[in-house]
Design a protein around this ligand. Structure first.
Ligand SMILES: C[S@@+](CC[C@H](N)C(=O)[O-])C[C@H]1O[C@@H](n2cnc3c(N)ncnc32)[C@H](O)[C@@H]1O
Length: 213
């Protein structure tokens, strides 16, 4: 029987143990970084587990999920099991073909975008596209918050991340753990400046970019 951190049985829902493990440390950062945010777009919501944990703990903002259409049924199933008034059903967003999706019932632009564990799944050209789209739609002072593993100074941050990178590339040669320096350079070309970097458990990081100009 699978139980989540809330003590509920979730064995009938597609379940990510990684999400259960990292959601509280990520939330701790989001509560700090999103104090002034009103409307957040999550890119690549996956199972939706992060969204059902974050939304009820960030009640001052709207949490808008999104992903490729194939993941919507799973996300919706989690939302039905754990509804929250500020949590919104997934919008279709495939970085390869779509512009940033809008929920027309919420009368506010996004002032932050959050994404977890997507940069090493997408090809580098899609990562570039994502930063371009996010840099375009964020207002001044808007934040792009990115969680995941990164290489630094040309090195893996751990033996497990080296193994993880190899397994990613075996599955899809265009995927793989990104170099922190490349991501920062890419962000700079889209008016996004690295503001804060958080070391997270299991050799992950959160990068907080801000649109400053
Ligand atoms: C490893 S999962 C991470 C899911 C979730 N954010 C988490 O941390 O558990 C990668 C996510 O990226 C999404 N993704 C991959 N390619 C994408 C694309 N081209 N456009 C939008 N999302 C994409 C996948 O659908 C999936 O939800």
């Amino acid at each position: 029987m699978v139980k989540d951190n809330l003590g509920n049985i979730v064995s009938n829902l597609p379940f990510s143990q990684a999400c259960e493990n990292n959601q509280q440390p990520i939330l701790d950062v989001l509560q700090q970084e999103l104090q002034d945010a009103t409307h957040v777009l999550e890119v690549g919501s996956g199972t939706g587990q992060h969204s059902i944990y974050f939304a009820p703990r960030l009640t001052h903002l709207h949490w808008q999920t999104s992903d490729v259409y194939a993941n919507h049924a799973i996300i919706n199933a989690w939302h039905v099991a754990y509804p929250a008034p500020n949590l919104y059903a997934p919008l279709s967003f495939d970085v390869s073909s779509d512009s940033i999706p809008i929920n027309k019932t919420i009368n506010a632009p996004y002032d932050a975008v959050f994404t977890a564990n997507t940069l090493h799944i997408m090809s580098w050209s899609l990562v570039s596209k994502l930063f371009e789209l996010v840099g375009d739609i964020l207002p001044l002072k808007g934040k792009f918050i990115v969680y995941g593993p990164f290489n630094e100074n040309g090195s893996y941050s751990s033996a497990s991340n080296r193994q993880f990178d190899h397994s990613l590339r075996q599955r899809d040669a265009n995927s793989g753990i990104r170099h922190l320096e490349d991501v920062i350079d890419l962000a700079n070309t889209h008016h996004l400046t690295l503001n804060t970097r958080y070391e997270m458990p299991s050799n992950n990081q959160i990068l907080v970019f801000e649109k400053l100009y």
